[in-house]
Structure formats: structure tokens, C-alpha cells
Ligand binder design. Structure first.
Ligand code: ADP
Length: 272
């Protein structure tokens, strides 16, 4: 059986990070069809007895849709303002789609610093555990008003890794607009090869070529590798999948789809 399918089947606690590239269409508007399909998959996982925490980018894109007169302003303050507007739109969409399945959502806006501070860390943990225990789906995003790391370097990949570690998740899923990690950028090289399983990150980093990020993405593939490294230290595997492909999580779980990259946690790697 594919490692990705096996991990999805055995994991109970799953963190799913949704990249901006997944939620945006070619014109830069929010792709509601994709967003709805992902929420349907989350409910499918919940019905199968799994617990899910979401980390979602996309506030900026939702902001452009809500107040399109600012879409060409590159100034970081405008980008932060756009995210503040768009965060409401984003949560409204999640609420609408998950509520249709009887699922309540909760918003948590965090920064990487919050995870480093002992008291804040404890408060985040208590809130997350309580929400999940009550069957609520927490939706985390970077607090763009107090930190610009997500806008500038795509820190939601790392925020998702910190969340997975804090919650002691069984699996981190990074949904992007590509099938996984390639030996070189698939958008720039037609012959790029998908790497299905990664066992050794140190060797890997020297052997792949990193290309441009997507038009509406922020971190590119490197922040995903860093996130996988962080979770790997804690023996939590990470899978990159293409969130734009309909029913991707469910189909990878039952091996109807095999395109994905699985980073295996260190203990799993050594077979312990
Ligand atoms: P997201 O919004 O999902 O975080 P990003 O745009 O930040 O997405 O990162 C994913 C992008 O990284 C892909 O669209 C892809 O074009 C680019 N990329 C560059 N090099 C690689 C590579 N070696 N393997 C996979 N993707 C790559």
C-alpha cells in the first residue's frame, strides 16, 4: 500500500494546511468550488472518526474580492489591511460550508512568536484541545495585523507545523497547487519528476531545484520542506498534495490517487 494511503488511514489527529494557491483561481479570485470540496472532505474525515485542525491562508485573496480597488497596492500596510478584510470573508465561507454539515468552526489568529512563549503556548494548547474535544473545527491563520511573516514569507506552512507539534498530531497535510515535491519546478520544467517518499531531508535539499512560487502563493516549496523538517523532528509525517484536485485527501486515502509526497517522521523512517 502507498505510504500516504496507509498514513491517512491510521492517523486520528490531522492538521490540514490550505495554501493561497489552492483557494485562488487563475484570476486571483476565491475558488469557492475548491473551498467547498475541501470542507466536504474534512467532514468525511470527521465522520470516519478523525479529528481535524485547519490552517488556512487565503485572507488576502478574499480581501481583494471584497474591496477590489486595493488589489494593485503593493504597500505592506495595504496587504495587511486587505487580509483583515478578507479574513472575515474567508471565515464566513468556511462557516457556511461546514455549518451545512452541522459542524461549528472557530477562528484562531496566531503568530510564530505565540508558539515560542510558554504562557501563550499553554493557552493555545488549552483552547485547541477544548475545541477539538467538543467536535469544533479550529481554523488557524497568521494574525497578519501583528505579523507580516505569512504575507512576506508564507509562514503558514511553519504555523501548521508548530500546530501539529503542539497538538501532537498524527499527520500534517499541506495542500498546495502542485501534486507534491518535484526534483525541479514542474511549472518551469516539463520533465520534472515527482518525489513520492522522502526519508532523508538533508540529502534531498542538495538534490532538488527550487523554482518560483505560484502567482498567489507566498512561501514556495522551501517553507513546505522546512515545515516537514520541523514535524519530522517530532516523528510526525507530512504529506504534500494538490488541494485543487477534487476529493484529493479521500482519494489518496483509498489509493484512487497516488500523486503526493510523503515526508516520513524520523522514528517511522528507522522503522522503530
Ligand atoms: P501555497 O500557496 O500552497 O503555499 P506556494 O506558491 O507558496 O503555494 O508554493 C508552491 C509552489 O512552489 C508550486 O506552485 C510550484 O510551482 C513551486 N515550486 C518551485 N519549485 C518546486 C519544486 N521543486 N517542487 C514542487 N513545487 C515547486
Amino acid at each position: 500500500m502507498e505510504k500516504s494511503a496507509e498514513l491517512l488511514q491510521i492517523s486520528k489527529k490531522i492538521v490540514i494546511k490550505i495554501g493561497s494557491s489552492v483557494l485562488s483561481d487563475e484570476t486571483g479570485s476565491v475558488n469557492r468550488r475548491t473551498l467547498k470540496n475541501i470542507t466536504d472532505q474534512i467532514c468525511h474525515l470527521k465522520n470516519a472518526g478523525k479529528q481535524v485542525i485547519l490552517v488556512s491562508s487565503g485572507a488576502g485573496i478574499c480581501g481583494v474580492g471584497a474591496i477590489n480597488k486595493w488589489d494593485r497596492r503593493d504597500d505592506i500596510n495595504y496587504k495587511q489591511a486587505l487580509c483583515a478584510i478578507g479574513q472575515v470573508e474567508l471565515m464566513q465561507a468556511y462557516k457556511e460550508y461546514l455549518q451545512a454539515h452541522g459542524v461549528i468552526v472557530a477562528q484562531m489568529l496566531l503568530t510564530a512568536e505565540d508558539f515560542r512563549d510558554c504562557n501563550r503556548n499553554l493557552n493555545i494548547r488549552n483552547t485547541l484541545f477544548t475545541l477539538v474535544d467538543e467536535g469544533v473545527v479550529p481554523i488557524i491563520n497568521e494574525n497578519d495585523s501583528v505579523s507580516v511573516d505569512e504575507i512576506k514569507i508564507g509562514d503558514n506552512d511553519m504555523l501548521a507545523a508548530h500546530t501539529a507539534v503542539l497538538w501532537n498530531a498524527d499527520l500534517l497535510i499541506l495542500l498546495s497547487d502542485i501534486d507534491g515535491l518535484y526534483d525541479k519546478s514542474p511549472k518551469e520544467h516539463g520533465n520534472a519528476r515527482l518525489i513520492r517518499e522522502v526519508y532523508d531531508l538533508t540529502t534531498l535539499v542538495g538534490s532538488i531545484e527550487v523554482g518560483e512560487k505560484s502567482s498567489f502563493g507566498t512561501g514556495g516549496i522551501m517553507t513546505k520542506i522546512s515545515a516537514a523538517k520541523e514535524t519530522g523532528k517530532h516523528n510526525i509525517p507530512t504529506i504534500i498534495m494538490n488541494g485543487r484536485v477534487e476529493d484529493i485527501i479521500v482519494n489518496v486515502a483509498n489509493e484512487r490517487e497516488t500523486n503526493a509526497t510523503t515526508f516520513l517522521g524520523f522514528d517511522i523512517m528507522s522503522g522503530r
